[in-house]
Design a binder for this molecule. Structure first.
Ligand SMILES: Nc1ncnc2c1ncn2[C@@H]1O[C@H](COP(=O)(O)OP(=O)(O)OP(=O)(O)O)[C@@H](O)[C@H]1O
Ligand SMILES: [Mg+2]
Length: 378
């Protein structure tokens, strides 16, 4: 196992409600406590952004930039094996972001991926099991890019091509009546590129699901003494798509696109590919979604996150654990279990509205968060 990377200092400028913030952190547990709406989640969101180049709660960058300003800055000093590294990202809503490592600009922001790695537990996690497939795709992708930063490029290229292909399908829907051959030929060029990228994403996600499965199952069994076991399947938009290797998956996607071309032209959207896949979670014989109780759903969500933590830890080093307001949501036994599981992690960042929500086992450095300021207080 490698040494873990520890975030030792965070600087923010015009990020969310922080005009300017400097906060130094130590290894171990730090709790950020303050009333609602003061900036606790905003602070940890900044750390999460460095690890995935996205927020854990909003899909676009615009809300991250402080109202009335144009550009937000997140900078962190990260220490690993006594070596210090500074990572920085500048977020400009609606324009390309920029990143620096040790003050030197890097050609692509995604080059900072992998330096800070996080696993986040948050109240929104319930949506991971109860919500739309998009939540579960994002869950897998956020973990994928931390393990293989290159895939962030594949994802971005795929999303861009998908948008362009959808635009083409919309306009071609009308044109095909007059010029069907032209439409088919143009689409085939796109299909080729998009199927290659799509195959890579599909196979990577399926492999990741396989790695998470046993870890989630044992985490779930620890949370629930008796009952069903948790399981999941990576479900592709194409039935029986080969997902064991990229070449086979690519061919399967191409065949499915050819087969569904008429539907795609009618509806003006791409109907097959990883943007329509899902991670199907089951508890014993039934799907989690629609069947599991509230407590079971929470346990399922927690076990998925714990599986991420265990996988990252085994593969490289423990990531920074982020527990955003999560203890207030859990019953006593899940709270105690989670506290026990994370107490020894190299770095844990906790937010809570009141100090009493933080389990005694997780008493560490305490910071008061008030209206965009953060003060060490214990
Ligand atoms: N882009 C922005 N510019 C300025 N202020 C913002 C921006 N985005 C969010 N805020 C403000 O930040 C505050 C929310 O901060 P945050 O979500 O960190 O709260 P919190 O301390 O975690 O509260 P809670 O305990 O309710 O979770 C809100 O008052 C919101 O208006
Ligand atoms: Mg919050």
């Amino acid at each position: 196992m490698d040494s873990p990377a520890i975030v030792r200092h965070i600087s923010l400028a015009d990020f969310r409600n922080y005009e300017h913030l400097e906060v130094s952190l130590e290894p171990g547990i730090s709790s950020f406590v303050g009333r609602n709406g003061q900036g606790k989640t905003n602070l940890i969101e900044a750390v999460v952004y460095l690890s995935t180049l996205g927020s854990h709660r909003v899909a676009s960058d615009a809300p991250l930039v402080r109202r009335g300003t144009e550009r937000a800055l997140i900078r962190a000093d990260v220490v690993r094996d006594d070596r210090s590294l500074q990572v920085e990202v500048e977020i400009t809503a609606g324009k390309a972001n920029r990143a620096r490592i040790n003050k030197s600009p890097v050609p692509r922001t995604r080059e900072i991926l992998g330096i800070v790695r996080t696993v986040v537990f948050a109240p929104e996690d319930l949506a991971l099991v109860k919500g739309d497939p998009a939540e579960r795709r994002r869950f897998l992708d956020d973990l994928l890019v931390q393990r293989h930063p290159r895939l962030a490029g594949t994802r971005a290229d795929y999303d861009r091509l998908l948008k362009q292909r959808n635009a083409l399908l919309k306009s071609a829907g009308a044109a095909r009546r007059t010029n069907p051959q032209d439409v088919t030929r143009t689409l085939e060029v796109w299909d080729d590129q998009i199927a290659s990228l799509g195959a890579e994403i599909t196979v990577s996600r399926r492999e990741l699901a396989d790695l998470l499965r046993p870890r989630a199952a044992s985490a779930y069994a620890e949370l629930i003494d008796s009952g069903d076991t948790i399981d999941f399947d990576y479900e592709t938009s194409v039935p029986h798509l080969a997902t064991t290797d990229i070449v086979a998956a690519r061919e399967g996607l191409l065949a499915a696109m050819a087969e569904r071309r008429r539907d795609e032209l009618d509806r003006g959207v791409t109907l097959v590919g990883p943007h329509r896949d899902d991670l199907l979670l089951t508890l014993g014989p039934a799907p989690v979604k629609g069947y599991a109780s509230h407590g079971e759903s929470w346990s399922a969500a927690l076990s998925l996150r714990l599986a991420c933590y265990d996988l990252l830890t085994e593969e490289a080093a423990p990531p920074v654990l982020v527990l955003d307001d999560v203890f207030a949501e859990l019953d006593a036994s899940r709270r105690a279990h989670l506290a026990g599981r994370v107490a020894q992690a190299p770095q844990v960042l906790i937010t809570a509205a009141v100090a009493e929500d933080v389990p005694a086992l997780l008493e560490g450095a305490r910071f008061d968060v008030m209206d965009g300021t953060v003060e060490r207080c214990g």
